[in-house]
Design a protein. Structure first.
Ligand SMILES: Nc1ncnc2c1ncn2[C@@H]1O[C@H](COP(=O)(O)OP(=O)(O)OP(=O)(O)O)[C@@H](O)[C@H]1O
Ligand SMILES: CCCCCCCCCCCCC/C=C/[C@@H](O)[C@H](CO)NC(=O)CCCCC
Ligand SMILES: [Ca+2]
Length: 551
């Protein structure tokens, strides 16, 4: 029973031919078919009830009076649809489909009189306007070259009409070159005018957006991005991702699907998902930020090789993946890391990071309440500090996954138990092993088997790590990528793997971009940015499922 104080509206309205009791409470719009004997409970004819949370209503519109008036079909429409459009209003709302997809559904209510319709429409609009987290003005960047080059069409056909229906104003910029969006955000964009930034593209385009926004925030706040020890300032604008790229792992891991309509709806309802960001430095020079994968060895080589095959589209990764698997290069070097202590969660947990994740909440609160704890670790981070661990060896792959990196290629991801916003990254070390063993490890990314349960694989949840390739160790300040001799030999070996000579170094794959240095220092910044997302929702239990019987 609803407490009377919470009930805003209760009317008998029609939905199609059926009379319904329709109520609007503070957070719920409910319509329930009346049984023929009135609103009394009938054990053999249960009435169908639908509820929509106001937070998931997209918009409400009054139906047009002119429909069918001129050609005399008005009466027919009335008869067929059982409604008088002059007194009707339609509510557009989020409907959940399979595999975390959202769609915009609608229901039309017919009122007995115009004043009642006004009252209903006005009340719903008032409630929607009171949701402060909904964006009203968005800055949209479209990469016309992402994935299968369909970004512009996807935005125009699937996303723009939804934003228009929801009354979200946009400024749309189609990028003209790589780094156009990043540079525009750094220097030109009037960010005060907007409630968020939307990027239409892949992980590389998202990377441009965060680089622009994070840079601008640090400049405005007087923070030096070149200092690996300085805490970065969080930005105020949320970012929406309309997936149109080749991997789209950031969208997949934060929403659960790579679907432009689903993403647009998460933007409209004003969702918010905090996310960790890693800063990557070489000595005291800032290189890049990363939110998904930092991969040396296998994933670095796959990316380097695939960049020469861009014309192939998303299939380039499969081809380069097979090639690099057969090439089977290993790399020598030293990894040092600062284990994440005093936090919840481990990389071998069965639990996954999901919507409203308690691990992320707990760790985020702990790091913001006791930043000194974090700072103490950071301040005493000399190589001699007992907290730091060091591993020297030969590796096929060194991967740091700050989130699961789930994507359609690997629905559980590189580190299935990694968290979006817990202030840590999972450092995965795959030591030199046979081709057969490496294949076992890789294939486990696509099955239920545990990819870490192998003797040559280890995984550590860390807050900071460093890597130095072996050939840099004699002079750690010198990065051998800048040494012409080694670069030349390495290039020859890369292009002619049959020569049997192992290359000295690989490259880092940083969220799909190649880094210019191999010796790096990586630090996780807990919850530095926010997305228009809510994390992957758990599948609904039976009682929560929308009733399939439409009214
Ligand atoms: N107008 C443009 N012309 C050429 N390149 C662009 C343009 N705008 C952005 N870029 C660059 O294109 C690269 C790839 O873009 P994006 O990440 O959107 O697609 P993708 O590589 O197909 O997808 P994914 O990163 O998911 O694999 C990015 O590095 C980005 O900087
Ligand atoms: C021989 C059979 C092997 C099958 C194994 C499949 C394993 C798949 C794991 C997928 C991990 C994706 C990690 C995501 C990285 C993104 O930040 C980045 C940018 O989009 N994508 C790539 O680098 C693209 C990297 C694509 C790698 C294949
Ligand atoms: Ca994380």
């Amino acid at each position: 029973m609803e407490r009377p104080g919470r009930l805003l509206l209760l009317s008998e309205l029609r939905v199609g031919n059926a009379a319904c009791d329709v109520s609007l409470c503070r957070s719920l719009l409910t319509w329930k078919r009346r049984s023929s004997s009135g609103p009394v409970y009938h054990p053999f004819r249960p009435s169908v009830s639908h509820s929509v949370s106001v937070s998931e209503i997209i918009s409400v519109r009054e139906e047009e009076e002119s429909r069918g008036r001129d050609d005399g079909s008005w009466k027919k429409i009335k008869e067929r649809e059982g409604k008088d459009c002059r007194l009707a209003f339609t509510v557009l709302y989020v409907e959940r489909r399979q595999q975390h997809r959202w769609r915009c559904a609608e229901v039309t209510f017919t009122c007995p009189e115009g004043a009642l319709r006004q009252h209903w429409v006005g009340s719903i609009r008032e409630q929607l306007a009171a949701i402060a987290s909904r964006p009203k003005h968005l800055l949209v960047y479209i990469n016309p070259c992402s994935g299968k080059r369909k970004g512009k069409r996807i935005y125009e056909e699937k996303v723009a009409p939804l934003f228009a229906q929801a009354g979200v104003a946009t400024q749309v910029i189609v990028t003209e070159r790589a780094n156009y969006a990043r540079d525009h955000l750094r220097t030109e964009a009037e960010l005060k005018k907007f409630d968020g930034v939307v990027c239409v593209g892949g992980d590389g385009m998202f990377s441009e957006i965060i680089h622009g926004l994070i840079w601008r925030t640090q400049m405005d706040g007087g923070v030096d991005p070149d200092s690996p020890d300085e805490a970065l300032l969080p930005g105020s604008l949320r970012i929406g991702i309309i997936p149109a790229g080749s991997t789209d792992c950031i969208c997949f891991a934060t929403v659960g699907a790579n679907d432009p309509v689903t993403s647009a709806l998460h933007v409209i309802v004003g969702d918010s998902q905090p996310m960790d960001v890693c800063s990557v430095h070489h000595n005291s020079t800032f290189l890049r930020y990363s939110v998904s994968l930092l991969g040396y060895g296998f994933y670095g080589d796959v990316l380097t090789d695939s960049e020469r095959k861009r014309w192939l589209g998303p299939a380039r990764y499969d081809l380069s993946g097979v090639k690099m698997f057969l090439t089977h290069h290993y790399y020598e070097g030293t990894v040092s890391y600062l284990p994440a202590r005093g936090i919840k969660g481990t990389p071998r947990d069965a639990a996954r990071c999901r919507s409203g994740c308690v691990v992320c909440q707990h760790n985020g609160e702990q790091l913001s309440e006791k930043p000194e704890r974090y700072e103490v670790d950071e301040a005493s981070d000399s190589e001699n500090d007992s907290e730091w661990r060091t591993i020297r060896g030969k590796f096929l792959a060194i991967n740091a996954a700050s989130m699961s990196c789930a994507c359609p290629r690997s629905p559980k991801g590189l580190s299935p138990a990694a968290h979006l916003a817990d202030g840590t990254t999972d450092l995965i070390l795959v030591r030199k092993c046979s081709r057969f063993d490496f294949l076992r490890h890789l294939l486990r990314h696509t099955s239920k088997d545990d990819q870490f349960d192998l003797t040559f694989v280890e995984v550590h949840r860390v807050r900071r790590f460093r890597f130095t390739p072996r050939y840099c160790q004699s002079n750690s300040d010198l990065d051998m990528r800048e040494n012409g001799k080694h670069q030349l030999f390495s290039q020859i070996c890369r292009d002619h793997p049959a020569c049997g000579c192992a290359p000295a170094y690989s490259s880092w794959n940083c969220d799909g971009e190649i880094l210019t240095h191999t010796a790096i220092d990586v630090r996780v910044h807990c919850q530095l940015i926010k997305l228009f997302a809510r994390g992957i929702e758990e599948p609904m239990v039976f009682e929560d499922l929308p009733n399939p019987c439409a009214i």
